[in-house]
Structure formats: structure tokens, C-alpha cells
Ligand binder design. Sequence first.
Ligand SMILES: *[C@@H]1O[C@H](CO)[C@@H](O)[C@H](O)[C@H]1NC(C)=O
Ligand SMILES: *[C@@H]1O[C@H](CO)[C@@H](O)[C@H](O)[C@H]1NC(C)=O
Length: 557
Amino acid sequence: MAADVDKTLAGEPKDDHDEDRATPSSRRARSRFKQFSSLFLIAAVPFIGFCIKYYQGIQLVKRHEAGLKELGADGLFFFSSLDIDHDLYLSPEEFKPIAEKLTGAAPPPEFEEEIPHDPNGETLTLHAKMQPLLLESMTKSKDGFLGVSHSSLSGLRFWKRPAVLSSTFYARQFKVFLPPSGKSALGDTWWIIPSELNIFTGYLPNNHYHPPTPRGKEVLIHSMLSMFHPRPFVKSRFAPQGAVACIRAASDFYYDIVFRIHAEFQLNDVPDFPFWFTPGQFAGNIILSKDASHVREFHLYVPNDKSLNVDMEWLYGASESSNMEVDIGYLPQMDLRAEGPSTPSVIYDEQGNMIDSRGEGGEPIQFVFEEIVWSAEMSREEASRHLEVTMYPFKKVPYLPFNEAFSRADAEKKLVHSILLWGALDDQSCSGRTLRETVLESSPVLALLNQSFISSWSLVKELEDLRGDKKNLDLSEKARLHLEKYTFPVEMMVALPNGTVVHHINANNFLDQTSMKPEEEEGPAISFSAGFEDPSTSTYIRFLQEGLEKARPYLES
Ligand SMILES: *[C@@H]1O[C@H](CO)[C@@H](O)[C@H](O)[C@H]1NC(C)=O
Ligand SMILES: *[C@@H]1O[C@H](CO)[C@@H](O)[C@H](O)[C@H]1NC(C)=O
């Protein structure tokens, strides 16, 4: 019935019928009228669009006020955390997490069609391992978490082991790691999950508890990260988000693909305020056949070779801008590994009879796998570097460890451009974020750094350890000179090869000078037009040139 009503309303059948019988001139007139009306429509659209936007704006403000009155600031915060499209109404999809909580049952996942139904295909089992974050590695532990409410940290304190210890997947699901067409050479990189953020789009909101429904290639990564914690966000709130991959080695039948994923976990749930747990990265590799029918090896992990490897941010009130705490800490282990190569669940004997390979009751069948001979390969380090540069264009100039930077600068008669920060520059920690997303990636800065400096960045904690090292007095002195000039959170420095710091600027002062704080940015203020140089780039260049200037008398003497 509904369809009939629609047709009558639209008047289409009648119109078509009339048109058929119309004389040529009346048809022309009609089509002119159509042209005219569509012209009018085109002209009116921006105006109508503006009115709708204006009207919607007013409606939103009204709804927001009503919501605040009805629910209070905290209540409205929890409401908004479900309101993904920010229209201040909850759709059934947005209400889903609450329904699941009330009924205790999750409806069948929407993304089932993404998982290949492959009953005769090979399967592999992944095992998850983790050791909880060392609370004593957090800065806030120094005063016994003074002023940090117990509920803020509850999600962290109670997360002691993986949510799921082992899980079985079809080998074919791992086809998401295969290179797209056109990317089959060693060292080629591509985005498995592209980043949707940059400094112009800003950041995703902090007030979410439940990850959005994963789609496409996100599904497998979401299921794997869910083994650690039930609320993984496959895309981090901050850029660079997403996942990149690179071919490390290839043979006739296999690829060894390394990957790097920037994802995070939401550790708290309503009624506690959000607590974001953001490992520096998830690294790993997979050896799989080029048709994805067989997975030989799989490993995904959070690197633990730095003294701090996790960024944490939590809210302690309903205001996202003022009630935010940050800290960093050390996670000793988060690891997901295939227990062995993927195996078929059924095989056929010489007579063509089907045998269950898991050998019900009897011994499981032992498979023997041929050794893979790579026809071309690069080192794991080199492949990781390709991933790094893809994620962080600022790394087009190398950033060397502290000691190497000074010896290289000495050998090449260059200055050391050094960044000293509280959190790491090349992971997702907050302190380096603004810097690397703006100035360090811009091509004039890259060119100047490449030409006249050796670059390095260090964590405050690393240099404090170096400073205390009695066995290496030379390095310990350089670390001391650096720390002397440091103020929280990030200090950029220009140093002579012998360690004397000739010029330095604090990141906050730098941002004040350039008035380019991301929260104040307006899209149109930054133009892409040729020749336009954004103020932070020119300020940074000036900083580097002043450094060169100040170093000149020393270098000449
Ligand atoms: C750095 O300089 C070298 C040699 O001058 C050049 O080959 C390279 O492309 C430069 N790299 C960047 C990122 O500018
Ligand atoms: C480094 O060298 C310069 C110039 O030769 C000198 O003035 C300065 O004192 C030296 N610094 C250290 C820490 O030796």
C-alpha cells in the first residue's frame, strides 16, 4: 500500500503518460520549465542549506540546554558518549551497548559476512599473553596517586590478563594483510586501515566507551585486539591512526609482511569516566601464502624495548577540556602469537576418504612444513623503518639515538638538533604530537635538518639514566647539559658536537609564538595555496637558523 501512495503523490505514472502524448512544443515548454525550476533549485540550495544549518544549530543548542537541565553535566556526558552523530538523540544503533548490558545478550554481530565461511579451509589458533602495566612506572605513582580518584584507575587496576586466552581463526581471514595490486615489491608500504585524521580534521572525541562497529579490514584486527580487552578502538583518537604494512620478504609462494597498528583501548565503562590506554604501537609480522590459504607464522605485540611504552589519558569530570589527566607507563608484555602454522581441519587419504585431522580420540596428525626459501628479503629493521616513514613523514630525516647523534655530528662537523621530551616523539604520546604533525613534517624544515643538522630525540627519563652513568663520563656530561636546559613538556635544542647547548626553545613557548595551537585552528585560516608557509614552519626555520648563527663563533674558533 505504501508504495501505491507514494506513486500517487509523486504523480509519476500520470506524468509519463501525459508526456507521451504531448505535442513537441508543449514538451519543449515543459522541459524549459524543468530547466528553470532546477536552476532555481540550484540557486536556492545554498540558501536553504544555510537556513537548515542555522535552524539545526539553534535546535541543538536548545536540546543541549534541555539535556543539561534534565540530566546534569555528568548525566549529559554519559548520554553524549552514546550519541555518535552528536544530534542529541539516540538511535537504536547508538542505544545498543545499553541494551546489551540490560539484557546481557549481544545481538549477532553485523559484520558476519566479512568472515569468510570456509569450512574446508585451514585454521590457526592465536594465544594472547600479557603482563599488566607497571603502576610504579607511572609518574603519578611518585606521590602515591595523590588526588587521582580510585574510580579513574579501576579499569587499569583490574586489567591483569587477556580477556580471551586463545582464539581460532580461518587462515583466509588474514588475507587483509596481503598487499593490494601494484604493491608487490620488497619495501613497498600500504595502508591496511587508512588514517582519517590530520591536523585539519582534528581529533576524535574522548568521551566514547564503546568502539564503533568495525568494518571491512578492521574486523580481523578488532577481533584480535579484543583478545586483550573487550573495548579496542582499531582507530586511535589521534593521528596517525590506522595500520600500515610492508613486504619484508618474498618467495614464490609466500610473503613475510611486517605491520604497525595504532589502536587503543577504553578501559573504563559507565559510570566511571573514560580512561584511554594507548600503547606506542602494535608491531608484528605474518608469513602467509600469496593466496592466503595458509598462514605460516603470526605475531603481534607491543614493543617493550623503551623505558615507557604506553600513553594514558583519563577524564575525571564531564568537561573534556579541563578535566583531563595524562600519564605514561611501562607495559612489560602484550603479545599475540600463532601456536603453529595453520592446518586443514579435514584431509583426504590416498583412497580419497575424508579424515578428521584433529584425530578424534587418537593422536592428532602431524604436519610437516617445507622450509621457506626467500628469493628476496630485507632486514626486519629496514622494513620497520619503511613503516615508520609512512606513518611519520618527519622521519624522512633520520632521528638517531642520543650518543650516536653526537658522534655523527662530530664526524660530519654538523650541529645536533635535539628534542627532549617527557613522552616519546614517535609513538602516539601526547607531548610530541603537535610538533611532529606540524613543523617536523614540513618540507622546508626537513630540507634544512637534512642539510645542516644531525637529529635526535630522547626521553627525559633516558637522559636522567645517562646522567647518572658513572662509567661514561662524556655522555653523562652531555646528558647533564641537556637536562639543564629542559622544561616540561618538550624542549627543542641546538647543540654543538661536544654537548654545549647553544639555542633552545620550549614547545609551549614555540606554540604561543606561532599561535597555531590545534584547538584554535580554523580550516580556512591555513591555505594550501602555493608559496604560503604556515607560521609554525617559518618560526621553526628561524629557530634552527638562530641556532646555526649562535654556533658559528664556536665552530670558527
Ligand atoms: C637529504 O640529503 C641527501 C643528500 O644531499 C639527499 O639525497 C636526500 O634526498 C635528502 N633527504 C631529504 C628528506 O631531504
Ligand atoms: C664545546 O666547544 C666550545 C668551542 O670549542 C667551547 O666553548 C665549549 O666550552 C665546549 N663545551 C664543552 C662542554 O666542552
